[in-house]
Design a protein around this ligand. Structure first.
Ligand code: AAO
Length: 511
């Protein structure tokens, strides 16, 4: 009995659901399109010191070079080989990044594109980021190597060879997603090639993977690959630790494939989260913040311990993927900060913060015709992430994760991580508040009138620094102060025209 208990405990701690974050860290950031040299520096100078748990990096493997349009971000989702060789850097730079980030307690999660290779319309010998030859028309990828036997052409039943209906699970898995050559992941050979690639990264020291386009792979094929993976590198991880897995499955309901089919393999992206939260903050479809009282499973989301959550991702911030116009992004900074603040304060799911770059967004007939723009670059070479004197980023990098409100809410989440959801209050409209046990409390005003009320915070008596309007520095507060009395009550005022109409306090912001 004791042995069984121990066994189940071990399975829980080491299984593929655990992100292996360093003690007390509870959120990670997607540094979309960053170079490895910049990520290494960011781990040391910012992410480690500010308690970020990890980084999702862009696909590190060799990809197709797309010249028309000129070097779009999405070329990195068209693999040519599994050599570590991309616009973000070479293998030495990748290794150096993994080492330096792990050494300051920041984990690296790799975006693994294993469902497919490049598009069927790419031309033989078109350039690739490491110069490997390939010929899509005869399915020849000598850099792996893959040949005609390794693709799903014979299994796909649509006339075009592409996915034509999301109502048919077999074509979603066996046909080409937007023309991308679909790998036969049911063969031991392909599974081995993919597992070798992932094991190479595991041995370097990565902590886990985002599995791109998981909806387009059979869950049992994913499982067979995962079964071939090594344990994590014991230089940084406990003996027997399994790689953290989160699968990209877009399930807003109403299709043949659902998220729950993938729970056995690891966590799954919960796309309803950002779509619904966007609606609430924008007050669309009759939504209001008061309805967030039972946010999480109560809204029909997957179980919290299976969910990977985010307000926006690299696709839906620019009209790719799913979620549409309800999605909040840095372009709507005021509402975005509130939404990210809400996510980081709320106990549901494992949270990912987005970090973007600027592009010249331009709408024509309702869609952004510039949504293909790649990262800031000089003739295709990705630009360095420079840091301004006020700690924001230069050179076209947005760095939402460096915005005070977001950075301080990551710290809030770390402080309250073991604490239960508590002390909910709402005005039946868009003024709401909640706490996390006796460690943190947050208040939002998304109404068109001021909030002025006394609330039970659950916190010990004292003077607290609001980490949204300011910082606690040398025992002083550069923002609004909140006074909690001996009964745990505090008076809150939030103007509806405040720059950031929310207030957050926690035990480590006490002065
Ligand atoms: C590029 C070109 C293509 C060209 C292709 C090959 O843009 O024109 O055919 O090369 O030459 C990214 C880009 C693609 C790009 C690709 C390769 O987004 O534009 O193609 O790189 O360079 C589906 C997948 C999901 C995928 C998403 C974009 O299920 O896995 O499309 N995301 C990942 C990555 C993404 C990447 C890939 C996969 C490929 O994050 O960056 O593509 O590696 C429905 C389905 C969703 C489906 C969407 C979009 O969603 O449910 O599963 O996502 O359609 O097709 C409502 C519905 C919602 C619906 C949505 C949109 O919101 O509720 O369910 O509408 O209709």
């Amino acid at each position: 009995m004791k042995f069984l208990l121990l066994l189940s405990l071990v399975a829980f701690c080491w299984a593929q659901y655990d992100p292996h974050t360093y003690y007390g860290r509870s959120a990670f950031v997607h540094l979309f399109e960053w170079r490895w040299v910049d990520i290494a520096k960011e781990c040391e100078r910012y992410l480690g010191p500010n308690g970020f748990g990890g980084v999702q990096v862009s696909p590190p493997n060799e990809n197709l070079v797309v010249e028309s349009p000129s070097r779009p971000w999405w070329e990195r989702y068209q693999p040519i080989s599994y050599k570590i060789c991309s616009r973000s850097g070479n293998e030495d730079e990748f290794k150096d990044m993994v080492n330096r980030c792990n050494n300051v307690g920041v984990r690296i999660y790799v975006d693994a594109v294993i469902n497919h290779m490049c598009g069927v319309t790419a031309e033989a010998g078109q350039s690739s980021t490491c110069g490997s030859y390939f010929n899509p028309s005869n399915r020849d990828f000598p850099g792996v190597p893959y040949s005609g036997f390794d693709f799903n052409d014979a299994k796909c039943t649509t006339d075009s060879g592409d996915i034509e209906s999301y109502a048919d699970a077999a074509q979603v898995r066996n046909c080409r997603l937007s023309g991308l050559l679909d790998l036969a992941l049911d063969t031991d050979y392909v599974r081995t090639m993919v597992a070798d690639y992932m094991n190479h990264l595991i041995d370097i020291g990565v902590a886990g993977f985002r599995l791109d386009a998981s909806k387009h792979m059979w869950p049992e094929d994913i499982k067979a690959i995962l079964d071939k993976l090594n344990n994590l590198n014991t230089q940084w991880f406990d003996e027997g630790s399994r790689p953290f897995i989160f699968q990209e499955v877009i399930d807003l309901g109403g299709e043949a494939v659902s998220s729950s089919e993938y729970f056995g393999n690891g966590r799954v992206t919960e796309f309803k989260y950002g779509a619904k939260l966007g609606n609430v903050m924008r007050k669309l479809d009759g939504e209001k913040m008061a309805y967030l009282k039972n946010w999480g499973e109560g809204w029909g989301f997957m179980p919290s311990d299976r969910a990977l959550v985010f307000v926006d991702n690299h696709d839906n911030q620019r009209g790719h993927g799913a979620g549409g116009s309800s999605i909040l992004t840095f372009w709507d900074a005021r509402l975005y900060k509130m939404a990210v603040g809400f996510m980081l304060a709320h106990p549901y799911g494992f949270t990912r913060v987005m970090s973007s770059y600027y592009w010249p967004r331009y709408f024509q007939d309702g869609s952004d015709i510039n949504n293909w723009f790649g990262p800031p670059n000089d003739n295709g070479a990705t630009k360095e992430v420079t840091i301004n004197s006020d700690s924001t980023c230069g050179n076209g990098w947005i760095c939402e994760h460096r915005w005070r409100q977001i950075r301080n809410m990551v710290a809030f989440r770390n402080v309250v991580s073991t604490q239960p959801f508590a002390n909910w209050w709402d005005n039946d409209s868009n003024q709401v508040a909640f706490g996390r046990g006796n460690k943190g409390f947050i208040v939002f005003n998304n109404d068109d009138w001021d909030l002025s009320t006394t609330l039970q915070t659950g916190l010990p008596a004292g003077t607290y620094c609001d980490v949204i309007s300011g910082d606690k520095i040398d025992g002083n507060c550069t923002g609004t102060k909140v006074y909690v009395d001996s009964n745990g009550n505090a008076q809150f005022f939030i103007s509806s025209s405040a720059e950031d109409p929310f207030i957050a306090i926690h035990t480590e912001s006490k002065i």
